[in-house]
Design a protein around this ligand. Structure first.
Ligand code: ADP
Length: 503
């Protein structure tokens, strides 16, 4: 936990402890508990220099006495070292990330760190910031601490403390348990905010607080900016064909939905699936439908967003993304266009090295993962994926998705017509459409249905006919024509590699 680690590092005279957190209030509270006799000085841009004293009352986080409201960070660092004002002090710097781009500030901090290392100065710098930015010059002096998410018993503790402090009265143990599960992934501050909101709204703590949690989690994910929580609409019934893949996912869902019993029986927790194949044939659809089938949140990991420009930033983002997914689990983590994410692995130069490290981090996590984060990775071009990814132990299974065969095209037509013009379905000659659409992808077929319906409407018709749809087919280029030979090559490659067919 943060508290113990922080105490350890302060006692060990680490020059700079960089706490990567959004929740500076709860981190501060923890910090003030472990600083012992040391005086805590805080500098921030708004207030200047403050003297922070710990006080005992629980609801207050510490006294904020202004020492020098006009003091700049440069002045502080200069004087603090020169006049030895920093001696026996903890110097708390908040929202420091922007200042770490300033060469002057970095040089002053480095000078202070050298003095600390030489034993001339007895000081610890604490940075608290949601952004992790480590200048090369300070790399060896900085120890990074990530604020871990609360464990179940800690969450339970927060709920009980809140109930006691606010004299909430009796809270059903079932409600406490439900809340504990729902609060996973939230910080102490966020949990307390939701509890206060629910309490002032309902006059007690009831199951209705749970509704606030999903909203809070969505916001938290948005704030972190690394994962995206997607709305869940499509289910397995919206996928035409791909029966092997669907059955496989349905079986894994039986395990994930009965995790306790399954584990007790000796079944291993599913890790996830890699779905490769031509675009527009239902890979993403499967990721979304898995979340619906499991009844859990759907998180999308966008590798492009992970890449940061500072040393360690990308790795820290990846760590944060994984921690967030694990904290929110059970969930589905969808990694889209996996091949793009890991392009350039093994190459030279800064960018490629970072990608290689990120890739390693992801593989290790997949290998060791024992949380109910079900990973659905999708890829259009398997040739660009490094072979390590395909080794056993990473994904439970790898499927390839081809262009739909005639039976599948029939189902796809039916799904999309039923969704929009169910009343016309019986009068449409689906078989004719199926014959005309060899080489069309699922997305092509959806496009044909949309176009046919639109043109019937524009013509002022009262229903959609087979002819409206055949006209739309004639004006659409099938994917097979657009992709040409590359489709054949891909399919041969999948067979060579012995991937399972999704159909
Ligand atoms: P990709 O394989 O590139 O991830 P998507 O799953 O995003 O393709 O498909 C794009 C759209 O095409 C879907 O939202 C869906 O409307 C339609 N589609 C593709 N395949 C199917 C299918 N097998 N059944 C029903 N609709 C499909």
């Amino acid at each position: 936990m943060l508290k113990e680690r922080l105490k350890e590092y302060i006692d060990a005279n680490v020059p700079i402890i960089y706490i990567n957190s959004h929740d500076d209030l709860s981190v501060e509270k923890t910090l003030l508990q472990v600083t012992g006799r040391r005086i805590v000085w805080e500098w921030n841009r708004m207030d200047g220099l403050l003297n922070r004293k710990e006080i005992k009352k629980k609801e207050m986080i510490g006294i904020r006495e202004p020492l020098n409201s006009g003091c700049t960070l440069e002045q502080l660092l200069e004087r603090g070292v020169k006049e030895r004002e920093f001696n026996r002090k903890v110097i708390l710097l908040k929202d420091i990330a922007a200042y770490l781009e300033d060469a002057e500030i970095v040089a002053l901090l480095k000078n202070a760190c050298l003095r600390i290392e030489a034993g001339e100065l007895d000081t610890v710098f604490i940075f608290i910031s949601p952004i992790l930015r480590i200048p090369k010059e300070l790399e060896k002096y900085i120890t990074v601490l990530h604020e871990g998410y609360l464990k179940e018993d800690e969450i339970r503790n927060e709920i009980q403390t809140f109930a006691e402090e606010n004299a909430v009265g009796n809270v059903y143990s079932k409600t406490v348990e439900e809340m504990t599960t729902a609060f996973k992934g939230l910080s102490a501050l966020e949990i307390n905010t939701i509890l206060s909101l629910a309490y002032s709204r309902d006059g007690g703590l009831t199951g209705s607080a749970l509704g606030l949690v999903l909203e809070q989690k969505k916001q938290m994910i948005q704030k972190a900016g690394i994962l995206e929580m997607l709305p869940i609409r499509e289910g397995m019934e919206d996928i035409g064909g791909l029966d092997n893949l669907k059955t496989w996912i349905e079986n894994k869902a039986k395990i994930l939905k009965n995790m306790k019993q399954a584990k007790g029986f000796g079944v291993e927790l599913p890790k996830g699936v890699l779905i490769a194949g031509v675009p527009g044939c239902g890979k993403s659809l499967n990721a979304k439908a898995s979340a619906k089938l499991l009844g859990v949140p759907l998180l999308k990991l966008d590798m492009g967003r992970l890449m940061g420009k500072y040393v360690g930033e990308s790795e820290s983002n990846m760590r944060q993304a994984i921690a967030l997914a694990e904290a929110i689990s059970p969930c589905v983590l969808w990694v889209d266009e996996l091949e793009k994410a890991f392009a350039g692995i093994g190459g030279n130069g800064g960018g490629a090295e970072v990608t290689t490290r990120l890739f390693g981090q992801f593989l290790t996590w997949m290998q060791e993962k024992d949380s109910p984060v079900f990973v659905v990775a999708t890829a259009n071009d398997i040739m660009k994926l490094p072979p390590e990814l395909m080794r056993k132990g990473r994904f439970d299974e790898i499927f390839y998705v081809q262009l739909p065969n005639s039976a599948e095209r029939k189902k796809i037509f039916e799904i999309h017509i039923r969704k929009r013009r169910g009343q016309d379905l019986a009068d449409i000659d689906i078989q004719k459409l199926v014959h005309m659409t060899d080489g069309y992808s699922g997305a092509d077929i959806e496009g044909v249905v949309k176009e046919g319906i639109e043109s019937a409407f524009i013509k002022g018709k009262t229903s959609v006919s087979t002819e409206d749809l055949t006209t739309a087919i004639r004006s659409t280029y099938p994917l097979k024509e657009i992709m040409g030979d590359s489709i054949k090559k891909l399919e041969e490659e999948y067979k060579n590699r012995k991937f399972k067919s999704a159909s």
